[in-house]
Design a protein around this ligand. Structure first.
Ligand code: GDP
Length: 457
């Protein structure tokens, strides 16, 4: 029986960081982690597997006058460490995106770029609330850093020239958000964050504005997502695989974000696999040690149990075929068969509509496969087969069965061509497209089709 004494605890909201390449996603995550480490007690902030937990105390320490911690009962924020919408779409739960809230990073000098648009599409489709981080304000000519000041004060303290240049860039971004159908404004002017997108000017380099961003994320979660954060912490754990990794001494392990319930060492779990759901027993739950300790000692410590929301590495037999983006479910209070059916049903939801003739699509995660399928549907490109995983000989064989020339193609998103498939590809009349950007992959294929058609005329 489930113990309900701790039912309805509030979990940490899960935050994903998206945006165009080089706009500063990685730097922003590093700065958030770095500031949190220097703010908290040494070693208190651990970079957890796949995700970093920033407790409310730490945020309020960083944000000073911006925040009154007594206004909040959510425990903090959990940042997914891998930036980009690729990781965002990995995070799925019951057919939706799992990240509760997102930060869209836009280089203040560069404005909207193709991957910004792509990220916006994903956010719109999944209905994910988001905040815009207008990054690199420090690159404004004549910028004069104001340590520890709220960003609004920092901006006020700049020269007239710097102020007007920054304003111009910020209003450009606000205009671009408006073109994309979102009403947006500088965050201190936003009254209702559910109706308006808050834009937070900041610098991942100097950390100016970063406390403001954390404050806005905290406020947004507290005001609008509190109900969704209520979980039964004693219930059977539910999570999503972020990554499958070989770990010395443990074999294949899965980095998992646990978003509901509790996972304990020794639990039987069902994990979504390439072919069938995997039923296995947890051999170890692992968390990395604080950064200082990692440098001197072994990286992981074993923990007895993990409660949502948190990142953890699960070591268990038979995880080789586990799939990024697939569900992880603890078997408790139900039979193994029931949980297997549940995992199957969840995976079936993302099955892509295929036709008898079309391209073969391979992607690294279920979420990215789904995003690829959506992009191809919009471009009216039919799909013969869509699967998670690297490109194998049988994918080439399948692609060859397409009976129209332009369809004899494989579109690989964030995957590799397996060594044993290389010669098959050379000998086959199949064109391979690989890219880490969805729109480019689709565009490359469309251009190829056009050229082929033109050559035939
Ligand atoms: P990502 O591709 O979005 O993860 O971008 P990165 O975090 O790797 O940043 C791309 C480049 O921009 C790097 O050279 C960073 O050092 C630089 N950068 C990121 N944020 C800032 C910032 O706030 N100010 C300045 N001056 N440079 C930044």
């Amino acid at each position: 029986m489930t113990d309900h004494t701790h039912a309805d605890t509030l979990r940490t909201p899960i935050v994903a960081v998206l945006g165009h390449v080089d706009h500063g996603k990685t730097s922003l995550l590093d700065t958030i982690r770095g500031s949190a480490v220097s703010e908290g007690e040494a070693g208190a902030i651990t970079q957890h597997i796949g995700a970093t937990d920033i407790p409310l105390d730490t945020i309020s320490g960083m944000a000073g006058e911006l925040i009154d911690p007594s206004d909040f009962d959510l425990p903090g924020l959990l940042f997914i460490d891998t930036p980009g919408h690729h990781s965002f779409s990995t995070l799925r739960a019951r057919g939706g995106a799992l990240a509760d809230i997102a930060v869209l990073v836009v280089d203040v000098n560069d404005g909207f770029q193709p991957q910004t648009e792509e990220a916006i599409d994903i956010l719109r489709r999944t209905g994910t609330p988001f905040v815009v981080a207008a990054n690199k304000v420090d690159t404004t000519p004549g910028w004069n850093p104001q340590d520890g000041e709220p960003i609004q004060k920092s901006m006020d303290a700049q020269s007239e020239r710097a102020k007007s240049m920054l304003d111009e860039n910020l209003y450009e971004i606000i205009g671009q958000l408006s073109d994309a159908g979102f009403s947006a404004d500088l965050y201190w002017r936003v009254q209702d964050f559910q109706k308006n997108i808050g834009v937070v000017p900041l610098s991942a380099l100097t950390a100016e504005g970063v406390p403001d961003l954390l404050t806005v994320l905290m406020g947004l979660s507290q005001r609008f997502m509190k109900e969704e954060m209520a979980i039964d912490v004693t219930g059977p754990g539910e999570g999503t695989v972020l990554e499958v990794k070989d770990e010395r001494g443990f074999g294949a392990t899965v980095d998992t974000v646990v978003y509901d319930g509790v996972i304990r060492n020794g639990d039987t779990v069902v994990v979504g696999g390439q072919n069938e759901p995997i039923v296995t027993e947890i051999r170890a739950l692992l968390r990395p040690r604080p950064l200082a300790e990692i440098r001197t000692e072994k990286q992981f410590e074993k923990v007895g149990e993990i409660g949502a929301a948190a990142g953890v590495k699960i070591a268990a037999p038979d995880l080789d075929d586990a799939m990024a983006g697939a569900p992880v479910r603890v078997v408790r209070d139900r039979t193994v068969d029931q949980v297997v059916e549940e995992v199957k049903a969840e995976l079936a939801e993302i099955e892509v509509e295929t036709s008898e003739n079309g391209v073969v699509v391979k992607a690294d995660t279920l979420g990215s496969l789904e995003a690829m399928a959506n992009a191809l549907r919009e471009a009216e490109v039919p799909i013969l087969r869509a699967e998670v995983g690297d490109i194998a000989p049988r994918d080439i064989a399948v692609a060859e069965t397409a009976n129209q020339d332009e369809h004899k193609a494989i579109l690989g998103f964030n995957v590799d061509l397996l060594k044993n498939a290389e010669s098959d590809l050379e000998n086959a009349d199949v064109k391979l497209f690989k890219n880490e950007v969805i729109y480019q992959l689709v565009e490359d294929y469309e251009r190829y089709v056009e050229e082929k058609q033109r050559a035939q005329q």
